[in-house]
Design a protein around this ligand. Structure first.
Ligand SMILES: NC(=O)c1ccc[n+]([C@@H]2O[C@H](COP(=O)([O-])OP(=O)(O)OC[C@H]3O[C@@H](n4cnc5c(N)ncnc54)[C@H](OP(=O)(O)O)[C@@H]3O)[C@@H](O)[C@H]2O)c1
Length: 325
């Protein structure tokens, strides 16, 4: 495939609007079509973002043969169903995080990707940011020694009008929505922990409002936190035997960080394109050009391991969704 990659977007909510702004910055892709459950909403979105076509149902977009890849931007509980449906329609898929509600669902999605031989990737956009890639490289060179401690959080005072956050049916709660980021960082740097300790507070709906987590490794610990109850500056620290990296706020959108070593601070500026979503789009475009069915940077196995960690934290705090039963 040596052409512009044609994108379709399903579910035209808040993240779809941010994503499309970055998509339009790239010359390797174009916006072919958008779909909403509401035709008027799809029409307005298409006009605002210069989409060639618009549809009033997700299924109608999936029948459009000109689309190469679909970006799924709907609530968590619909990710598995829509991803598998798209793969069945021979569409490559970039699906929002969390990839699905639990490990079984992610497994089903991966199986569908294999069965239909179609590309599938979780929209874990932080993984593709140039700053995060650079930090991973620095750590792998051993420059800050052996990593002993990570501290990362994602916390903000949520707007009560955003119903998705509280609604357990839609996968509401901090852990799947934003706790996934600090968990991702610990997993990216330290891998799978030997033990997980976690304690949560809950909304009346039963969705978690805040969670404190310790990932315990043989030679390291990660202290992680997510919450919809209070604002936090979102600075992440990665501490090694020879030095420390501090990722500037908000760390999961990073374009700069500091390396502290030998009583000196070295500042790194690693610019990103747009808001940063562009880099996962570039990764998808590149994988499709190479006829890959998964990204080497964020593989199916990575997504399976990340959701396994989310499942384990939920087990610790006793958070069960209907999809688990
Ligand atoms: N990567 C990131 O930085 C980031 C940021 C925020 C959210 N997310 C993820 O993206 C997904 C969507 O989040 P969002 O904040 O964009 O949510 P949102 O503003 O509520 O938009 C979700 C869209 O999904 C569609 N939808 C389908 N079934 C729905 C249902 N039962 N209830 C509500 N909406 C439904 C709607 O689109 P139509 O009406 O057009 O059909 C809706 O506008 C979530 O999984 C979230 O974790 C990622």
């Amino acid at each position: 495939m040596n052409k512009k990659i044609k994108w379709g977007i399903i579910g035209l909510g808040k993240i779809a609007q941010k994503f499309v702004n970055d998509l339009l910055l790239l010359e390797t892709s174009e916006l072919e079509a958008v779909a909403s459950r509401d035709l008027e909403k799809a029409k307005t979105f298409a006009e605002n973002y210069h989409s060639k076509k618009f549809y009033g149902s997700y299924e109608a977009l999936l029948l459009d043969k000109s689309i190469d890849i679909v970006y799924i931007a709907t609530p968590h509980n619909s990710h598995e169903k829509l991803s598998i449906l798209a793969l069945k329609h021979d569409k490559a898929v970039l699906c929002e995080k969390p990839f699905a509600m639990n490990k079984q669902q992610v497994f089903n999605m991966v199986e569908a990707s294999k069965k239909h031989n179609m590309f599938l990737m979780e929209a874990l956009w932080t993984r593709f940011l140039p700053a995060i890639k650079k930090i991973k490289n620095i750590i792998e060179t051993g420059e800050i020694g052996e990593i002993k401690y990570i501290n990362a959080d994602f916390s903000f005072k949520a707007n009560p009008s955003i119903q998705r956050i509280y609604d357990k049916e839609l996968g509401g709660g901090s852990i799947l929505d934003i706790g996934i980021y600090p968990i991702f960082l610990a997993y990216l740097i330290l891998g799978i922990p030997d033990k997980i300790i976690a304690k949560a507070h809950f909304f009346e709906s039963g969705a978690d409002s805040q969670v404190s987590i310790i990932f315990d490794y043989k030679n390291a610990q990660a202290v992680l936190f997510s919450s919809f109850n209070s604002n936090s500056k979102r600075i992440a620290k990665i501490s090694g035997t020879l030095g420390e990296i501090m990722i500037d706020s908000p760390w999961n959108e990073a374009s700069s960080f500091s390396l502290f070593k030998d009583n000196q601070e070295e500042k790194f500026s690693v610019p990103k394109i747009g808001k940063g979503y562009a880099h996962q789009i570039i990764e998808c475009n590149s994988c499709l050009q190479k006829n890959l069915t998964e990204s080497p940077l964020w593989s199916h196995q990575n997504s399976l391991e990340l959701i396994t960690l989310l499942d384990a934290v939920r087990k610790e705090i006793g958070l069960v969704y209907a999809e688990d039963l």
